[in-house]
Design a protein around this ligand. Structure first.
Ligand SMILES: Cc1cc2nc3c(=O)[nH]c(=O)nc-3n(C[C@H](O)[C@H](O)[C@H](O)COP(=O)(O)OP(=O)(O)OC[C@H]3O[C@@H](n4cnc5c(N)ncnc54)[C@H](O)[C@@H]3O)c2cc1C
Length: 436
């Protein structure tokens, strides 16, 4: 293990919510039935489900940092129930049906947990706008409308004037509104999930897995100050999985950045229409920006994607993202020149070459659920949960949908991979240059 996630910045989601549960680091050699590496949505969903299926089993979860500081707590908080892009072939549509089933099951699972454990994470069934900036590229949204119709999904098409009323800006040319998205404070959600794990699951934070060793019919995972010897292990490290599995390179780590303003004052709000909370995604996820107006009257902006093969993001890279966010926000809301971001932070996401997840059995002792491809609150929740059923041989009605997503294809090593990622990002930025 050569690299661990490191973001030289602080997430704004927790700034106003300092209290959360604290979990100890692992400081001994212990035995468990299963060891889970990574406490994001995938790892916690797997551990919770396995604990329910096998109440007598002891499950240890090792987290390099803390659950709420992972990408799972640093994201934009869109729990999506529909794929962003569907494609036009019958095969793509079939995959989109499977994907939708999974996303909606992940969302329902999270809702059940939030209700059962009263997790306060500002759960907000607001829906979302999928927005286009450029004029004259009607095909992008037309294609999305056609796919939504094929999937019999409700949607509403809005023009610039209608968007101005809803979002308080004339920046967007057109948008499609779909109701099936929930907005949350993701740090509070993942912290709440970590704090309500079943009794047979023990979470160790600040306990990075440094090496895996397969011996005597089991697996031992070593940390700096302890070790877990278990029958089997589940790798939920998403973007950084290839550092623990150098021979199985199927995910590339990228980073993206988000910024948050303080709550707007009454005087600043007076320059906007009467707005309830909302969220929007861009038609080009690499070039464009995700934007939210939160229940507590703050703006969140997510934009800028860079390669981060080792999961490390510097303060300098954060500064550049903050500058870009500031410039874009001025363009979108020229009337809010006195509103500034108080936090800018990064997080790692995983990208696979063919868009399929890296999910299933890797060897007799090791399973994984990774390859989020940029969107993972609902997807990684259900992927982690289903993996537990799969690993213990329990049938589940959604296993076929999970397997229909296919398998992540192999990636070349550096420097070929670095050059390929750089080229792909440049191409996306060029194609989406009118979206910012
Ligand atoms: C800025 C940003 C905005 C985003 N917006 C959205 C959004 O709005 N909606 C959405 O659905 N998705 C969004 N995403 C993506 C989403 O956050 C990820 O898809 C999701 O977090 C993946 O969950 P996961 O559990 O698979 O992995 P992660 O959340 O990355 O969790 C993996 C965990 O493994 C730990 N780990 C890594 N290496 C080790 C090790 N060696 N030992 C122990 N632990 C280790 C990490 O610390 C981490 O906690 C966004 C991401 C970012 C960065």
């Amino acid at each position: 293990m050569h690299h661990l996630p490191l973001n030289q910045n602080i997430s704004g989601w927790l700034a106003q919510h300092p209290q959360r549960a604290v979990f100890p680091a692992l400081t001994a050699a212990i035995d468990a039935d299963w060891v889970v590496i990574g406490a994001g949505y995938a790892g916690l969903a797997f551990a919770r489900r396995l604990a329910a299926l096998k109440p007598a089993w002891k499950i240890a979860v090792l987290e390099a940092g803390t659950a709420y500081e992972s990408a799972s707590g640093r994201n934009s908080g869109f729990i999506i129930g529909l794929p962003h892009n569907i494609g036009s072939s019958t095969a793509e549509l079939k995959k989109a049906h499977a994907y939708r089933q999974l996303l909606q099951a992940g969302m329902q699972r999270l809702k059940a947990l939030v209700d059962a454990h009263r997790i306060e994470c500002a759960w907000d069934a607001a829906g979302k706008y999928h927005c286009q900036v450029a004029v004259g590229q009607e095909k992008i949204l037309q294609r999305y409308c056609a796919s939504l119709e094929q999937m019999a999904e409700d949607y509403q098409l809005l023009n610039r004037d209608e968007l101005q009323e809803k979002l308080g800006t004339r920046f967007y040319h057109k948008a499609i509104f779909t109701p099936y998205t929930v907005l949350v404070n993701p740090a509070l959600l993942i912290a709440g999930l970590a704090a309500t794990l079943p009794a047979n699951v023990t979470l160790y934070e600040h306990s990075p897995a440094l090496a895996l060793d397969y011996q005597r019919g089991g697996v031992t995972v070593y940390t700096a100050t302890g070790a877990v010897r278990a029958q089997k292990a589940m790798l939920a490290t998403n973007a950084l999985s290839s550092h623990l599995l150098p021979g199985v390179r199927r995910q590339a780590a990228m980073a993206t950045f988000a910024s948050l303003t303080p709550p707007l004052t009454e005087q600043q709000l007076a320059r906007l229409p009467q707005m309830t909370s909302w969220g929007l995604t861009p038609v080009n996820a690499i070039a464009g920006a995700t934007l939210r107006f939160t229940q507590d009257r703050r703006f969140l902006l997510r934009q800028h994607v860079i390669p981060a093969l080792h999961g490390n993001i510097s303060a300098r890279q954060t500064q550049r993202a903050a500058r870009l966010h500031h410039q874009l926000f001025r363009k979108v809301y020229p009337q809010l020149e006195d509103v500034a971001f108080s936090h800018c932070w990064s997080g790692t996401i995983s990208v696979t070459r063919n868009g399929a997840p890296q999910w299933g059995k890797i060897n007799p002792f090791l399973y994984t659920a990774g390859g989020c491809n940029g969107a993972g609150i609902s997807k990684q929740t259900i992927a982690g949960e289903l993996l537990a059923d799969y690993a213990v041989g329990q049938d589940h009605p959604l296993l076929a949908a999970m397997q229909a997503l296919g398998k992540a294809s192999w990636l070349p090593p550096s420097p070929v991979l670095d050059i390929a990622i750089h080229g792909a990002l440049q191409k996306e930025r060029w194609q989406g240059r009118k979206e910012r």
